[in-house]
Structures are given as C-alpha cells and as structure tokens.
Write a protein that binds this ligand. Structure first.
Ligand SMILES: Cc1cc2nc3c(=O)[nH]c(=O)nc-3n(C[C@H](O)[C@H](O)[C@H](O)COP(=O)(O)O)c2cc1C
Length: 167
C-alpha cells in the first residue's frame, strides 16, 4: 500500500513537462509506463484501446507540425499514441482511454520522466500519419522524456471551497 499523505504529495508534484533532454528512456521504464496504461479501469473491463509507440524522429517531427500547442513533441526520444477502439466500447472509449493516459502520466512521474497531454492536434492528419482507421479514436499522443529545465513552477488549482457542494 502507498502511504496516503505521500501519495497526495506525489499527485500534487506532477507537472506537465514541455522541455526535454536529448536522452533515451530505458526500455524497462517504457514497459512500466505501458503496463500502467494497461491496468487502467474500463467500462465492463472492455479495454477499448491500443497504444502506438513512436520512436521514429521523422514521425515525431511531423506530429510536432500538426500540434498547435505541442511542438515540443519533436524533442522527445519516444511518444505513445493512445487510441480508442470505438467498436469495442462505443459509449466509453473516450473515458476509458483518458484513464489510461492518467495512469501512464502518473507512472512516468514516479519514474522521474516528464510528459504532457497534447490535446490541440490536427487529429485527422495525425491519425493518417499513424495509419489509423475509421474505428480508431486518437485520444492524444503523450511525449515522454527527461525534463531539461531547472525547476518547474507549480500550477494553481481552484480552492476546494469553490468546487465542492455539501448537501
Ligand atoms: C485534455 C487536456 C488537453 C491538454 N492539451 C494540451 C496541449 O495541447 N498542449 C499542452 O502543452 N498542454 C496541454 N494540456 C496540459 C494542461 O495545460 C495542464 O495539465 C494544465 O495546465 C495543468 O498543469 P499541470 O499538468 O502541470 O498540473 C492538456 C491537458 C489536458 C487534460
């Protein structure tokens, strides 16, 4: 079991990382990130997903051009595209794959590896580049790499008293 207070601090310390070193990630650590994704919960345990591991620099450079706010993806040694299989779970594939992405991000954080959700993408073009078809939903492409900067500032959150209701 994880110590609860430590776990909360761990969650709070995760940041979106957008500057990366030119440094490879050991294969065992990539496997742990994939494994964390695989163990995400899904509606009726249908697991409507596939993960594409992208190591090809040219493809990463092309995705970078197709990202509005994710140009940094070309800096990483590796990215993982999270793909929802629409026909496997037509109602829940977006939620299920979103949970995959969170698991992967937290595993990366535990490993000292940075990542950032890239939502602002020309999805149809990236899908084509990755050879995806009609039944595939490209949730995001997560870049993974080691942080190049010195210190990352905390991002603010709305205070609890503004977002909770008691009934
Ligand atoms: C659905 C979603 C889409 C996002 N899209 C982008 C994006 O396109 N580019 C980017 O740099 N960050 C993106 N982010 C990261 C957010 O900007 C970031 O999570 C937020 O500012 C809070 O910062 P933190 O992750 O460091 O706590 C996205 C996050 C989510 C959850």
């Amino acid at each position: 079991m994880v110590e609860p207070e430590e776990f909360l601090q761990f969650l709070k310390a995760r940041r979106s990382i957008r500057e990366f070193k030119d440094e490879e990630i050991p294969i065992e650590q990539i496997d742990m990130i994939l494994e964390a994704g695989r163990w995400a919960p899904s509606a009726s345990n249908l697991q409507p997903w596939e993960f594409i591991i992208i190591k090809d620099n040219e493809i990463l450079a092309k995705i970078s051009k197709l990202a509005f706010y994710g140009k940094f993806i070309k800096e990483v040694p590796l990215a993982i595209a999270i793909v929802g299989k629409i026909r496997t779970s037509s109602k829940w594939y977006i939620i299920d794959t979103s949970l995959v992405s969170m698991n992967m991000m937290l595993m990366a954080h535990a490993l000292g590896i940075g990542t950032c959700w890239i939502g602002a993408l020309k999805r149809e073009k990236v899908k084509k580049l990755l050879g995806l078809g009609e039944g595939d939903y490209l949730l995001t492409v997560l870049p993974f790499g080691y942080y190049r900067g010195e210190r990352i500032e905390p991002t603010p959150r709305k205070p609890l008293n503004k977002i909770i209701k008691r009934i």
